[in-house]
Design a protein around this ligand. Structure first.
Ligand SMILES: NC(=O)C1=CN([C@@H]2O[C@H](COP(=O)(O)OP(=O)(O)OC[C@H]3O[C@@H](n4cnc5c(N)ncnc54)[C@H](OP(=O)(O)O)[C@@H]3O)[C@@H](O)[C@H]2O)C=CC1
Ligand SMILES: O=C1O[C@H](COP(=O)(O)O)[C@@H](O)[C@H](O)[C@H]1O
Length: 503
């Protein structure tokens, strides 16, 4: 195995150790880092929560999570046992300040045992309402103040709106330096998302055409086939704009639209991204209905099974106005993108799981081919398929073999599985957890980025909260409300509904 430098010794506290995120994502990621020898030589993980687990039944639960959710199948129980020796459950009620003494005690004990002061990471995998309270109590511990080796990771959603995000930033800033704060957006850890920077800035051939002179429109889709999945408590207060657009989708948009960074220094990359957010044209209240479409699913059939409409889901308010679908047309007011529409859409219970970005190019300036040769003509497109297909496709016209000049649109495809094999691709949370342990914040959101992203969506969110929607307006297993199709077809474009890659 390739030799690499491992992070310094670390004690990791997971608030929400007993919760779903730890089970599904965090522990499988940490276990994979352990298997790949990326965990520090000396590390200790404490899962925190009120549920009365013993270490043994906590380990059993985590093993179950790894078995179900890890990218690697066939978990080796003995190897997991080795990992589990570094993991404990710590009973802690976030509302009880006295319980936080257990944190200080554990850090001191590990420091004594290891003969060095460890890095201390607090991962807040809890509901957003608990974050300010936990952060405040952590801020009072002597081991947190101004110590570069102490870091706090805050899950999304970061705040509920611009105001609460701003307040949370101010609260965190009163206790931690910006370098200690890691605001996570797991899309930024996806291999295919990181590869956008490689595609754009490690190659000379794309950059000359990556602008308004050659590109006619950009679209970003994050379509899901799952519905609410029992998350009403969170989702009904949130909705698609807060849950997906404010964070994941705007981050994808930044990756596509940003200027070239001078270096991969965390702040340099984040400066370039925040420039994009600040350049997004503010949407006026009176324009929201022209540039944005919301949707909520009704009852229907998904994979042969009847499903209830969103408003009938357990825990959802009877006449809930929460949108499970959102589509928006943005413009970026800068030299590179002036006048180019960026269409984005996301939704639950859509026809296909697909996250992709498509850049549609302008027509060739002069077309010398006879009209009959171009019956199937389609514009050049570059599509970055983030998931579940992991590929990059370039569509161009090709001459069909034969004695006549007939042009066909064809795809040139770079496929990750073929090139690298999927087992080698780390999950987003592996990359991000390793980055936190290494102290690299490049893939994390800075305070100003989060606030700038909230500023972009707030006029839409507020308008939608203040007006009555016509819900439900799409059926599960469809591509969402009709109005979202019109949003793009009225401009002479069409959503790219990707099929699995074939040339
Ligand atoms: N689940 C997922 O796939 C994803 C989740 N997220 C985000 O991660 C965060 C956590 O989500 P998720 O794991 O699904 O939520 P869960 O409801 O499954 O877990 C919540 C956790 O909070 C703990 N908790 C609640 N109250 C207290 C308290 N007073 N003191 C100590 N612990 C407490 C619970 O522990 P106990 O009851 O034992 O006290 C539980 O471990 C959210 O911000 C969510 O948006 C982000 C992306 C994906
Ligand atoms: O953050 C979230 O992301 C998931 C989608 O993540 P993906 O990695 O499967 O694309 C989404 O289902 C969830 O509602 C949202 O909170």
């Amino acid at each position: 195995m390739e030799q690499h430098k491992r992070p310094a010794s670390t004690v990791l506290f997971i608030f929400g150790g007993s919760g779903d995120l730890n089970l599904r994502k965090l522990t499988p990621a940490l276990y994979n880092l352990f298997l790949d020898q990326w965990m520090p030589e000396k590390f200790h993980i404490a899962g925190l929560g009120r549920t009365p687990y013993t270490d043994d039944n906590f380990h059993t639960r985590l093993l179950d999570g790894v078995t179900k959710f890890s990218r690697r199948k066939d978990v080796d129980a003995a190897k997991f046992g080795e990992f589990a020796q570094h993991v404990q459950y710590l009973h802690l009620d976030a509302e009880n300040e006295a319980d936080f003494q257990k944190i200080t005690d554990l850090v001191k004990a590990k420091g004594g045992e290891w003969g060095e002061e460890p890095n201390v990471i607090f991962y807040l995998a809890v509901a957003p309402q608990l974050v300010p309270d936990i952060a405040t109590k952590l801020g009072k511990l002597t081991l947190t103040k101004e110590k570069a080796n102490t870091r706090i990771v805050v899950e999304k959603p970061f705040g509920h709106d611009f105001k609460s995000a701003h307040e949370l930033n101010a609260l965190l800033a009163s206790m931690f330096t910006e370098e200690q704060i890691y605001r996570i957006d797991h899309y930024l850890g996806k291999e295919t998302v990181q590869n956008i920077l490689a595609l754009r800035f490690a190659n000379a051939m794309f950059e000359p055409v990556w602008n308004r002179n050659y590109i006619e429109s950009v679209q970003i889709t994050a379509a899901e086939t799952v519905g609410l999945e029992g998350r009403a408590g969170y989702y009904d207060q949130s909705g698609a704009l807060r849950d997906m657009v404010q964070n994941h989708i705007l981050q994808l948009l930044c990756m596509v639209a940003m200027e070239a960074p001078v270096s991969f220094d965390a702040n340099e990359v984040r400066n370039k991204k925040v420039d994009v957010l600040n350049a997004i044209r503010p949407i006026k209240t009176e324009d929201v209905d022209k540039v944005a479409v919301r949707g909520q699913y009704g009852p229907g059939v998904v994979k042969g099974k009847e499903v209830v409409g969103y408003r009938e889901e357990k825990g959802v308010a009877e006449k809930s106005k929460t949108m499970t679908y959102a589509a928006v047309k943005f413009f970026i007011d800068n030299w590179r993108w002036q006048g180019i529409p960026f269409y984005v859409r996301t939704g639950k219970f859509l026809k296909q799981k697909s996250t992709n970005i498509t850049l549609t190019f302008r027509e060739a300036p002069h077309f010398a081919f006879p009209p009959e040769s171009t019956k199937t003509w389609r514009p050049n497109q570059l599509t970055i398929s983030i998931q579940p297909e992991m590929d990059i496709r370039i569509r161009f016209q090709s001459k069909r073999p034969g004695q006549t000049m007939t042009l066909d649109p064809v795809n040139m495809i770079f496929n990750y599985d073929e090139a690298y094999g999927r087992d080698d691709a780390p999950e987003a949370y592996e990359t991000l957890l390793l980055d936190v342990m290494e102290g690299d914040a490049t893939l994390f959101m800075r305070a100003d980025q989060v606030e700038a992203a909230w500023k972009v969506v707030m006029p839409i969110q507020e308008h939608w909260e203040n007006t009555e929607p016509d819900f439900p307006n799409y059926t599960p297993d469809s591509w969402g409300p009709e109005a979202a199709d019109k949003l793009i077809t009225n401009d002479g474009h069409a959503w790219t509904n990707l099929s699995p890659a074939k040339a």
